[in-house]
Design a protein around this ligand. Structure first.
Ligand code: ATP
Length: 684
């Protein structure tokens, strides 16, 4: 139901048009915000509603009644000033009572209403204090109490939180919302702070230059801005200007970009939110590298790519600085080097992996270290490149592409190998939801991309690696939690652990002591008394069953604990390697992304295409975007990675945002894209 109807209201101050035919409706009981930059006319509109200003034209109705004819002091409207305007010499309760006293209400009623409102704003204990004895937030509550005690139909708040520091401000935002909900009064708040408006208001009128640009709910404003101003004002946005075509928006210098349908030939703005931007590391395929190599035989990096394609080991290559920059060699450098050398032939690796399961694990760990500290091209030349090749190809080919670009080759010729960088939650959620076996299989790909499968080329060793990676993934799911929670990440194991006490203690009436005895015996501290009990009950035939049960339980618990410990250690190791805890999460996500990338096992013999990649892993998007660019900067705050990208042919930067820590370095060449459905087209 409409409470206030504003129709064609204008106000000029000399040459300045403060309000230019403003029309909007404010509903009964809603929290409404007037949002816009300084000087857009929001305060003028508020003052007109309060009766402190008269418009030059237009009308304002309150439930159908002409409000403009009603003098300010008779309007059922209250204005809470930015400065709160409290009387410094009066106590809190007298400040609140003041308006009611002026209305000459009965003292009893005044007392009751003041007490009620003091409770509502949580200041009953401060009733006798004076304003200077209160904090900023408390003073603001007094101002609010004073405004609502008169029970206005409409409460106007001019920048109500601007005098508060950030923390109190956040608290008061919640408080204001609660209060508005509780008292049911229609609130109209004026603010230039979009975050404040978005978090407080049910609906927002975005104003600019004395006009209302758009009135909508916060989500609508964010998702579907209807004017260029709103698109630029609310949140960060990537904006491209061009001509609408059937295929998308044709932007000069950039080509046709994915866009929703529009009117052909129209000039329009394309708006894409940073979190909708998909960036994928671009790397030309080996044959492209080959082709470049042929044309530039003197280029050492291209030669390496060539060599890799031919699968001829070039084991003596020195590590390259870019390749080693990611991870500093650890104190186990020598071991790592040794392991790397050992891992260079499949036969040696097999031998090493075949020794024992422990030896395999150790070798894997060492090799992982070796690889992290090693030059990727050496990996590529490995006789058993397996799934690792993806990461290696990607890195090598970025360099190749850079060379190719330097030679002025058309980017259209590249058939990019992609590795999605900006992590999105959906694919990860899907990956997490997968059954363990599938997860383990996929983990192999991600794992191998990290080079972990290097030393495990025989079946047993690979299975070990799979299990290890699957365990890592599960443990990493519980990453920010305590060790106990890490245990709970392994569902089955958790069950067993959780049942440890309960199962042993609660299973059989007469078996309690017996179970304790057996368990105690099994854990090494033989209790003579308990064992005597065991023996005596053997006659009753209880023992065999109980012993079997307890043995199974203890074994299961021990296994679960061992596994959980290994997982926790793996996670800790991952984290320390990645540098931050958040990075660990991103790595798991990134692995899920990498799983989608084709491997030498999954990529067919014939030239792979994006389509074949989709067929392999249809649930993860790997289509590179239409734009090519470079990562300029990556910053992490608010739980999100904010990635600044330069784009070929585009003057401004493109912003991408990814939840968690994105594993992408400045300088990385990327393809940039988005889904047409995720973008908004606005007529220019
Ligand atoms: N009494 C006045 N005399 C002259 N110009 C005025 C007067 N009141 C407002 N203006 C002008 O009208 C325009 C709108 O002012 P208004 O205060 O409504 O904007 P605002 O959006 O509330 O800005 P802010 O957020 O800075 O308070 C401004 O250009 C302002 O300078």
């Amino acid at each position: 139901m409409t409470l206030i109807s504003i129709d064609g209201v204008s106000r000029r101050f000399g040459d300045v048009v403060a309000l230019d035919s403003v029309s909007l409706e404010i509903r009964q009981g809603e929290f409404f915000a007037l949002l816009g930059p300084s000087g857009c006319g929001k305060t003028t509109l508020l003052r007109i509603l309060a009766g402190f200003e008269q418009p030059d034209g237009g009308e304002v109705l309150l439930e159908g009644e002409d409000l403009l004819k009603v003098p300010a002091h008779r309007r059922p409207v209250n204005l809470m000033f930015q400065s709160y305007a409290l009387f410094p010499h009066m106590t809190v309760e007298r400040n609140i009572a003041y308006g009611l006293e002026r209305e000459k209400l009965a003292k009893k009623e005044i007392r009751e209403r003041v007490a009620e409102v003091l409770e509502t704003v949580g200041l009953a204990a401060h009733a006798r204090r004076k304003p200077h004895q209160l904090s900023g937030g408390q003073r603001q509550r007094v101002a609010l109490a004073r405004a609502i005690v008169k029970r206005p139909r409409l409460l106007l708040l001019d920048e109500p939180l601007s005098a508060l520091d950030k923390k109190v401000r956040a608290e008061m935002q919640l408080e204001l919302k609660r209060l508005q909900h509780e008292v049911g009064i229609t609130f109209v708040v004026v603010t230039h702070d979009q975050e404040e408006a978005m978090s407080l208001a049910d609906r927002i009128a975005v104003m600019q230059g004395g006009k209302v640009e758009q009135v909508d709910a916060p989500v609508e404003l964010y998702d579907r801005p209807r004017t260029p101003f709103v698109a630029g004002f609310i949140g960060a946005n990537n904006i491209f200007t061009g001509k609408v075509t059937q295929e998308g928006l044709d932007v000069e210098g950039l080509g046709v970009l994915p866009a929703p349908k529009g009117v052909d030939g129209d000039s329009a703005l394309l708006v894409v939110r940073p979190e909708k931007i998909r960036i994928t590391e671009v790397a030309a395929k080996a044959d492209v590298a080959d082709e470049v190599a042929e044309k530039a035989p003197a280029d050492a990096e291209v030669k390496e790519a060539d060599a890799k394609t031919d699968a001829e080991p070039v084991a003596e290559e020195e590590p390259k600085s870019e390749a080693t920059a990611d991870t500093e060699p650890t104190g186990k450098e020598e071991d790592a080097d040794k392991a790397e050398t050992e891992a260079e032939t499949e036969a040696e690796v097999k031998e090493e992996a075949a020794d024992t399961a422990d030896a395999t694990t150790e070798a894997g760990a060492e090799v992982k270290q070796a690889e992290e500290g090693a030059e990727p091209k050496a990996e590529a030349e490995d006789a058993e490149p397996g799934v690792r090749e993806i990461a290696v190809v990607a890195e090598a080919d970025v360099e190749v592409k850079a060379k190719r670009k330097a030679k002025g080759k058309s980017k259209a010729k590249a058939e990019p190998e992609v590795r999605e960088i900006a992590v999105v939650t959906e694919p990860v959620a899907e990956a997490e939801a997968k059954p363990e076996s599938e997860e383990a299989a996929e983990a192999e790909a991600g794992d191998a991309a990290d080079g972990e499968a290097r030393a495990t080329t025989d079946a047993d060793a690979t299975a070990d690696a799979d299990a290890e990676v699957a365990a890592e993934e599960k443990a990493a799911d519980a990453e920010a939690d305590t060790d106990t929670e890490a245990v709970s990440a392994a569902e089955v194991e958790t069950d067993v652990v959780a049942k440890e006490g309960a199962a042993v203690e609660a299973s059989a009436d007469q078996g309690d002591d017996l179970r304790t005895a057996v368990k105690t015996a099994m854990t090494g501290e033989v209790n003579a008394e308990a064992m005597a009990e065991v023996v005596s009950r053997a006659v009753a035939g209880v023992v065999a069953k109980v012993v079997a049960e307890v043995v199974a339980e203890v074994v299961a618990v021990n296994e679960a604990k061992a596994k959980a410990k290994a997982e926790a250690e793996a996670v800790a190791k991952e984290r320390s390697e990645a540098g931050t805890e958040i990075a660990a999460e991103a790595e798991v996500k990134a692995e899920a992304e990498v799983e989608a990338a084709p491997t030498s096992e999954t990529v067919p013999e014939t030239e792979p295409t994006s389509e074949t990649e989709f067929e392999t892993e249809p649930e993860v998007e790997t289509e590179p975007g239409p734009l090519r660019g470079k990562v300029v900067d990556v910053s992490f705050y608010g739980g999100t990675s904010h990635i600044v990208l330069s784009v070929e042919g585009h003057e401004g930067h493109v912003l991408a945002a990814a939840q968690g820590s994105a594993r992408v370095e400045p300088g990385t060449e990327v393809a940039i894209g988005w889904d047409a459905a995720d973008a908004v087209l606005i007529s220019a």
